[in-house]
Design a protein around this ligand. Sequence first.
Ligand code: NA7
Length: 539
Amino acid sequence: MTASPPNIALDHDAIIIGAGLSGMYQLHRLRELGLRARVFETGTDVGGTWYWNRYPGARFDSESYSYGYSFSKELLQEWEWSEHFAGQPETLRYCQFAADKLDLRRDIQFESRVVAAAYEEDSRGWRVRLADGSEHSCRFLITAVGPLSTPTLPRIEDRDTFRGQAFHTASWPKEPVDFAGKRVAVIGTGATGIQTIQTIASQVGHLTVFQRTANWAAPLHNSKIDAATQAKIKASYPEIFARCQETFSCFIHTPDPRSALEVSDAEREAQYERLYGEPGFGIWQGNFRDIVIDREANATISDFVARKIRERVKDPKTAEKLIPKNHGFGTRRLPLETFYYEAYNRDNVELIDITETPIERITPKGIKTTEKEFEFDIIIYATGFDAITGSFDKIDFRGVGGIRLKDVWKRGPETYLGLMVHGFPNMMMLMGPHTALGNIPRSIEYSVDWVTGLVRFARDKGLTRLEATPEGVKEWTDHVKALGEGMLSNEVDSWMTGINRNVEGKDIRIVARYSGSAPDYRARCNAVATNGYSELTLA
Ligand code: NA7
């Protein structure tokens, strides 16, 4: 790689922050270019999300065989998913398997948290500081920090006074937690809370669920993959991934082009019944095209799922509490469940609606609501993440002239293609704000390949400074905001709209996510590459 101009030696060609699926693949691709790349990772091993989220019941909601890396035939053929929707231990093993096969670990420094990164104009490089105080310089800085990787605890008074065990689901211990006979509380009923609750309900002595907002959930219908299906999957990987490339969010499910309102009641009901009985996200991603954009269409599926909840939960009062009233089906990220609703039919499971009886504080013995004090041995916080921008906020990113990324994004993220930011030359973001998320590894592979293409271009042309223009940032940010208009999901509080009231300043909805189609996103980014990255300022 050229070091001139300017002729100042740098420790690495590239530093990648994070050794999850993005960071691992990015390292592999940069090595193929012959670059000296270094990954800094907080954890003791690879895996990112799948390394940290060891809570009981953590598993895929997208089909295992659509989730792994698609770029390597060898990886695809050697790895065998045991279930249609694999659990976390298996997915972590998959990440470790990929790291071994690609021999990644020799360039990954574990237990190394990046705390600051500053752009230096004299070297046209970045100086990265770790928590241990060490500094490392590089030309290109690539963030692979994950959109859901900064867990947040609730701002409840006296949280630290609890004398039992307390865990956030995303900082779950590596050693097994013994639930037998224990009085357990779960705070939070998002995708994570739901997986935890349905898994531990039969293991605990008593479970008390503290729900602030009910979430719509639909059955996962997981099953083992038998030998014949395994062979079929392996033979059809090219078609599976080709399908993922065509769909809106890279899942294998294709939306029904019809409106929910143009079919007869009987036909609509039959479709909902069929999708409710099928595995995976079909009921969300493969449903009538307008269920998440048209209020009336949305009401039809919300009514259907509400009926299912009433059928499945024996106590009508509990059923009503579990039916969301403030948002429609699929307007938040849809949790998939396995006998979640039936957990509330058990004698040892109790649901507390904390909008009726709010939590006042944590006590040494448990949780005090306005109604009474509950005593617990274990409190589980399934309270989510400071999503999308949270992991950026934790690192002191300084661009040209010392500008802080946090200040630039004060009123919400501003990006170029979700990949770059004006004022932060040579910094590229993987799965940052304003990118297509969806079936994440599919988006990761695209973004990594795009970034790799840009780095290759810079190397071939002897460029040492790549920067997004203010016009490019404005155009993309406006586009992302315009795409979000009319989406019911953007009118609802959730991590997808940047809301997390456990974090100072995150109580105003923003457009943090690209909500157009993945094929459109790729077409736009491909055009930039085809045109020689002329939309960037190159030097
Ligand atoms: P989510 O989906 O953000 O859910 C967090 C849950 O925690 C949700 O039910 C919140 O209620 C609840 N919460 C958060 N703070 C509090 C306080 N202070 N008091 C009570 N309840 C609270 O996070 P998950 O981990 O479940 O899932 C995140 C993503 O990871 C998921 O979408 C998948 O993509 C994987 P609220 O709804 O805010 O009222």
